[in-house]
Ligand binder design. Structure first.
Ligand code: NAD
Length: 362
């Protein structure tokens, strides 16, 4: 098939890297990439030329059967050349109600890669996991840069330095990577999460688990945490608050399926935090876990630095592009059969992420 990769407007990442282009080529697809698409990830046009044709945006639309971008393109770029194409992107944090009628009217077949089910078979296609992993790592590195202290314990002739105290809220994909990274840097790490499975994972990484009784769990939520009761959140706030007052760094990643992120760090707690401490709020795009978080900004309040950023994986654009690109490759390998994509409403992955349900493939 003819597969085209669009240059991102406001992202350092690219949906095809030269490494993955080589893999695609072995599957006998014809690849097209918009000129300059890899530039911000340090992939030059000439890095692609052996495996893909480097073309303009209008030529990309004209030649491709399948179009791919990491972020949904602006509605005004959806011209008539987009009609009857297959489009893969991540609508996860975007309200698709604005998009769907236009997409369906223009017969654009859309797969939302942000809602791939959390099943074993879909793991290699899961863009949220691959990006969250890198965000967890980068959150700790950012915090280490911003903190006016060291992470490891050090004993010198001039005196000793105590290890930094790091609290991780939400021990999912990003949280676990943050725990592992903070531990590697020598910090003392504690973590909180309402899922009982998270407890074992936290302990296996050598961190302490903040025990709170009475969490609500739902195995049908597909790995996601569900909304917690007011009583649980109160108990959790009490346990977590004691740690937050002593913490040097807090990395918050707590999210619940389809809802606003829970507030776990109210202003009253930030008021009591140590001067110089740092909060990295990875849940900022869905409201944030800290009451003071401003999405996409770093602020200082009460001598505490608070960074709200859910897209830290973009700061590691080479690795995040490579993982995203591999996710796309695995998804297309799965969904393309006999050189075409057809309606397969029985298939769990197809059913969940094919969002333009009113239009069918021929
Ligand atoms: P997520 O991004 O939805 O949420 C981040 C974390 O916040 C979760 O661990 C969640 O339990 C936690 N959280 C929610 N409310 C909280 C609260 N009040 N306090 C503290 N923490 C709270 O989750 P995620 O990181 O994408 O993954 C969650 C789980 O799903 C993990 O166990 C992960 O391994 C699993 N998963 C499986 C697959 C797969 O099998 N294909 C893919 C992705 C994730």
């Amino acid at each position: 098939m003819k597969i085209g990769f669009i240059k991102e407007d406001k992202d350092t990442r690219v949906s095809l890297t030269p490494e993955v282009a080589k893999k695609f080529k072995r599957s006998n697809h014809d690849l097209f990439i918009e000129s300059g698409a890899g530039e911000l990830s340090n992939f030059k046009n000439y890095d692609y030329e052996e495996f893909a044709s480097v073309v303009s945006y209008s030529d990309l639309l004209k030649t491709s059967d399948i179009l791919i971008s990491i972020n949904p393109i602006e509605l005004n770029k959806l011209n008539s050349d987009f009609s009857n194409k297959i489009y893969l992107t991540n609508f996860n944090s975007v309200d698709t109600n604005n998009f769907l009628p236009t997409l369906e009217k223009n017969k654009i077949h859309v797969f939302d890669l942000g809602i791939i089910p959390r099943t074993t078979i879909a793991q290699s296609m899961d863009i949220l996991s691959s990006q969250a992993n890198l965000s967890g790592y980068k959150a700790v590195i950012k915090a280490a840069e911003l903190l006016p202290r060291m992470f490891p314990m050090i004993i010198t002739a001039a005196g000793s330095i105590k290890p930094a105290k790091v609290v991780i809220l939400g021990a999912g994909v990003a949280g676990l990577q943050a725990i592992a990274t903070a531990k590697r840097l020598g910090a003392v790490v504690e973590a909180s999460d309402p899922r009982s499975a998270a407890r074992e994972e936290v302990l296996s990484l050598g961190a302490k688990f903040i025990e709170v009784e009475g969490a609500v769990e739902d195995s049908s939520a597909g790995g996601y945490a569900v909304k917690q009761t007011k009583e649980y959140l109160e108990r959790q706030k009490k346990e977590v608050s004691k740690r937050l007052e002593l913490a040097d760094v807090v990395i918050s990643t707590a999210q619940v399926l389809g809802g606003k992120s829970p507030i776990l760090i109210p202003k009253s707690i930030v008021d009591k935090m140590r001067p110089g401490s740092v909060i990295i709020d990875l849940a900022s795009a869905s409201g944030g876990n800290c009451e003071m978080t401003q999405d996409g900004k770093m602020i200082t309040y009460n001598d505490v630095k608070i960074l709200g950023n859910s897209y830290l994986s973009s700061d590691l654009s080479q690795d995040s592009s490579n993982l995203f690109s591999n996710n796309v490759y695995n998804f297309l390998e799965y969904i393309i059969n006999d050189n075409k994509i057809s309606n397969n409403e029985e298939d769990e992955i197809f059913k969940q992420c094919y969002i333009t349900k009113k239009i069918k493939f021929n």
